[in-house]
Design a protein around this ligand. Structure first.
Ligand code: 13P
Ligand code: SF4
Length: 344
């Protein structure tokens, strides 16, 4: 495809979202990325939060964490280039140990950084025999300590599949609280530094959480929702389950990034607001030009935003950054991810 053809294709989809001058420049980068991708037998996976041009011009597989994990397990390409954050690329490596998994920048995540493998071992010692569910937004060594993973798209199904009176659910305080509410469980957040109360019985504890938070979703407040509703009384508001239970309760719908996209596609509200990384609003608007998308773009994920067209091209040119996981950790983490993929 020539630069001009790529530019015309992108213009059709993104003319109302990306100014022409940027579209022309990024179209050239997209042509180079796609040529190199073919030459190297690579596949590009892109999370729903990616920049609109990257998302529409170069990604072969798009989706939320769960969909990308599933697709990563199925690819026959020799290189997987993951446009997302590091824990997502690690999940692809856990599922594809013989393939080269690349990420354009070693982008972190406040949730993945909130807990260590040693923290999980501490909780297991304190609550022996209690199954541990870990959010996919964790690093491989943390996953390796746990029984099963979940994403925001299947967290309730994973918890219910365990048929256990007590569950350890890590590390997102708000996702855990939202899941506890939905499954009717009482949740506590013990501090590993404090002495375990002598009267604490597992019978009183149904869910054990951790105080990790997404630095993006924790910022939305019930007051933000009230302000938006005052200005636009007909708005339909959707919150990612990493938002607080109060924000989720004040919204009209809550679900994973892809669940929110599907909800928009199947409803016809006069306007929508997504309480999640604002690039996704652009991507939804591009796919659904008839929908009126409001955006709160002062709240951004600094990690997802590290991934650009430039460093995606550089990743293919220089074969960087290679995701490596020690085999003993990978094997244990694989069990937790594989169990999740069997559930839904
Ligand atoms: P999803 O699994 O819903 O795509 O969420 C990933 C994430 O990092 C949300 O901030
Ligand atoms: Fe992590 Fe939040 Fe960024 Fe998602 S939006 S990658 S959970 S910091």
């Amino acid at each position: 495809m020539t630069n001009e053809e790529m530019y015309q294709n992108l213009k059709e989809k993104l003319a109302d979202i990306v100014p022409d001058v940027e579209l022309r420049y990024k179209a050239e980068l997209a042509v180079q990325i796609n040529a190199l991708k073919k030459e190297k037998n690579a596949v590009i996976l892109g999370h729903n939060y990616m920049d609109p041009v990257l998302f529409h011009a170069v990604t072969d597989i798009k989706g939320d964490s769960l969909e990308l994990s599933r697709k990563a397990a199925e690819t026959d390409k020799s290189i997987i280039l993951f446009c997302g954050v590091k824990f997502m690329a690690e999940t692809a490596k856990i599922l594809n140990p013989t393939k080269t998994v690349l990420i354009p920048s070693l982008a972190g995540c406040s949730l993945a950084a909130s807990i260590t493998a040693s923290d999980v071992r501490g909780l297991k010692q304190r609550y022996p025999g209690v199954p541990v569910v870990t959010y996919i937004n964790t690093y491989a060594d943390v996953k390796a300590e746990t029984d099963i993973c979940c994403t925001s798209g299947n967290a309730v199904a994973v918890v219910e599949s365990l048929h256990s009176d007590t569950i350890i659910f890590l590390p997102d305080e708000y996702l855990a609280s939202n899941v506890a509410k939905e499954t009717g469980k009482h949740i506590i957040f013990p501090s590993l530094n404090s002495v375990q109360p002598t009267n604490e019985s597992l019978l009183d504890v149904q869910m054990v959480g951790w105080r990790g938070r997404c630095e993006v979703h924790e910022k939305y407040t019930v007051q933000d929702i009230a302000n938006v509703r005052e200005q636009y009384p007909d708005v339909l508001i959707m919150a990612h389950p990493e938002c607080s239970p109060e924000v989720v309760a004040a919204s009209d719908f809550s679900g994973s990034t892809s669940a929110m996209i599907k909800y928009i596609q199947h409803t016809s509200a006069p306007r929508y607001l997504l309480l999640t990384e604002c690039s996704m609003g652009d991507n939804v608007a591009a796919e659904n030009p008839e929908k009126n998308m409001l955006r709160l773009c002062s709240v951004r994920c600094p990690h997802m935003n590290q991934i650009s067209m430039e460093n995606t091209l550089e990743a293919l040119q220089k074969n960087q950054y290679v995701i490596e996981i020690p085999e003993d950790i990978r094997l244990r983490a694989y069990q937790a991810v594989e169990r999740m993929l069997h559930i839904g």
